[in-house]
Design a protein around this ligand. Structure first.
Ligand SMILES: Cc1ncc(COP(=O)(O)O)c(C=O)c1O
Length: 400
């Protein structure tokens, strides 16, 4: 008898980004030399000093349950880091520790949404946003943003609101587009939300991945009257190269936070005790932490500055310079026609004929686009570009 998977889960699509990573791993295991440009994680190791703190936590015997909300030390350290770095005024009661940005998003959505609510999600979106929305029996209402260069505006938000809109989910710096919503626009969007009584969930997983002149910006630094409607989903995964440690946090009003803690008390309980300790120490080592982050983002910027112009030399590819995150979002619609019907076919072709793993845009609601991650070595990026130039041809000078 077939296992009776619940309707909720049966309706979910597996994460397309994780599926691409899985394909890459399988090909590698069978001895194929793959160039994996699908990765959504830093290729750096966690900074040494954070590892040392985790070890110190173990030596101190921090191996037992902590409070579900996370230790007071962890929450205080986040509050003081945000105050020092962003001038944000956050009470530790507004912070809850969880097992990564994904759980933060999940907790926030599940404690707010009722069946039939509408959730505004700008396109292209990170794959998990509509998945969580439908898990809550709510409806995704997508906002088209191509006309504003994939940066959603307050006007676009306002004109997309329906009578049932309960939540807007934003992600800036953005996966997959690399766009960054300017702070003024973010504030205007938050004002629209507060005016209409709509909640705003800001996924700030790539907080520090903003390349000058773009700057890291958190909605946690907005005025209190706007923050009443905002939940920040924060994560240590990307910024500190800690994807496997599974730690993140939410910053939201105390009532929302209590609801999320209640929900989490019946699932993960809390993130690992000595990992909370390591993160708290790292947050208090403000300067060392910022230095480690800057050295990683400096390297991403160097790769981006080489990779994006190189992608634009490939016949049929168009790619705007990302302002944040570590993805190049290539418009491949000029290649569609006789040879390829969809960007998924181009991605498949790259996989099977060149062993280059990329992520097709359709999973992000952007058919015709392909996401390339540059969280990999320059050597890999150069090899991939050389192969793609041979495969698809180089753009003639006149067309550039
Ligand atoms: C936009 C976005 N949000 C959240 C996450 C979740 O990160 P984690 O759960 O590792 O903190 C990711 C990971 O790829 C992401 O790309």
């Amino acid at each position: 008898m077939a296992f009776p998977v619940s309707k909720h889960v049966a309706a979910m699509q597996g994460s397309s980004t994780l599926m691409a990573a899985q394909v890459a791993a399988e090909m590698r295991a069978s001895g194929i030399d793959v160039i994996d440009l699908s990765v959504g994680e830093p290729d750096f190791d966690t900074p040494e000093f954070i590892k040392r703190y985790a070890w110190e936590g173990l030596e101190k015997g921090l191996t037992k349950y902590t409070s579900t909300q996370g230790t007071a030390d962890f929450r205080d350290s986040i509050a003081s880091f945000y105050s020092q770095r962003f001038g944000a005024d956050i009470r530790p009661g507004e912070i809850a520790a969880d097992c990564g940005g994904k759980q933060a998003l999940f907790n926030a959505a599940c404690t707010l949404l009722e069946p039939g609510d509408d959730v505004l999600i700008p396109k292209p979106y990170w794959v998990t946003f509509p998945a969580i929305t439908s898990f809550c029996n709510a409806n995704s209402v997508f906002i088209e943003t191509e006309q504003t260069d994939f940066i959603v505006t307050a006007d676009e938000v306002r004109s997309s609101i329906t009578p049932r809109t309960k939540l807007l989910i934003l992600n800036s710096p953005n996966n997959p587009t690399g766009r960054v919503i300017p702070p003024d626009e973010m504030r205007r969007i938050a004002e629209v939300c507060a005016e209409k009584g709509i909640y705003l969930l800001t996924d700030e997983c790539y907080l520090f991945f903003a390349y000058p002149p773009a700057e890291p910006f958190t909605s946690a630094s907005m005025p209190q009257e706007l923050r009443e409607f905002i939940c920040v989903a924060g994560s240590f995964s990307k910024t500190y190269a800690m994807t496997g440690w599974r730690i993140g946090y939410t910053i939201a009003n105390e009532e929302w936070t209590r609801a999320m803690v209640k929900l989490q008390s019946h699932s993960a309980t809390h993130p690992t005790s000595f990992v909370q300790y390591a993160c708290a120490r790292a947050m208090r080592d403000h300067e060392e932490t910022i230095e480690a982050v800057n050295s990683m983002t400096g390297e991403y910027a160097r790769r981006k500055n080489w990779f994006i112009p190189a992608l634009n030399e490939i016949d049929g590819f168009k790619c705007a310079m990302p302002e944040g995150a570590f993805y190049a979002f290539v418009d491949a619609r000029d290649m569609l026609g006789d040879r390829f019907g969809t960007s998924a076919e181009i991605s498949d072709h790259l996989l099977h004929e060149a062993h280059i793993v990329v992520t097709d845009g359709a999973g992000f609601g952007a058919d015709g686009f392909i996401r390339f991650s540059y969280a990999t070595s320059m050597e890999n990026l150069q090899r991939a570009v050389d192969i793609m130039k041979q495969m698809f041809g180089e753009r003639t000078a006149a067309a550039v």
